[in-house]
Design a protein around this ligand. Sequence first.
Ligand code: GDP
Length: 305
Amino acid sequence: KESLDQGLQKTKEGFLGKLTRAVAGKSTVDEEVLDNLEEALVSADVGIDTTVKIIDRIEKRVAKDKYLGTTELNRLLQEEIEALLVEAPDQGYKDFELPGGKKPYVILVVGVNGVGKTTTIGKLAHQFKRAGKSVLLGAADTFRAAAVDQLTIWSERVGVPIVKKEMGADPASVAFDAVNSAVAKGVDVLLIDTAGRLHNKAHLMDELSKIRRVIQKVIPEAPHDVLLVLDGSTGQNAVEQARHFTAATQVTSLAITKLDGTAKGGVVLAIADQFKIPVRFIGVGEKAEDLLVFDRHEFVDSLFK
Ligand code: GDP
């Protein structure tokens, strides 16, 4: 809770400061207040479409009970924002528990280089291990030597095994070996890193389909989760990447990184609203502990505190 409040500090400052100014000295929600609200939301990177949706809903509700103080307006806003965030269909990863009784639980991690994909995998390994689970990493981003090296560093740091091959090896064959090894070792969770080069959508789609196919040769219902990692500090760029990846493969959950150090945390709302995919994790720092299980109520609560 504390690290969430700290992690969202910059977003809160920008967002709340503007919201407060938007309603300062007003006791009714008029055109001007709504305009100011709109501006505050857009500048926190909530995005135009989602902002308009929020404002519309507030306008509808305000018409019913016209006189509103700042506190009530804040409450209304909180409710509307929370309603936009998709509730995960299952209990998700609450306390880093795994949904269902599947073993190994296979998480395919996708995303563009530089967004914090490797770090997120390392943090997840750490958190799952802390929650008492056995973890295996699969280094299927074989296009960059650095990707394998960095994942290896995380595997040593956290103390979990890794399946890897030389640079340039077939990513699908690494994934295949990793799943087989996970089954043989009886591990609880397998995290597979993938390459995220963006220049060619068809290529990305082929690569990810191929990886899925080989995983399914071993475990037909896997991957159990396809986690897209997005860099929250890139604002609307992250929205573009989400569009790209959801078109290339079936993404089932999101991790949004680097929310510390950015005032663009509102992008979480834009992405959740536009893609209707649950945000599972948020990154609020570089250390292994700096990955939080996303809870929409806590998130919104923290934004308004
Ligand atoms: P990848 O290329 O997507 O695998 O990206 P990396 O995992 O190597 O991360 C790129 C940089 O972002 C590294 O310097 C990480 O320490 C940093 N990073 C990753 N997640 C976070 C986060 O949540 N907050 C902050 N401040 N930095 C992060």
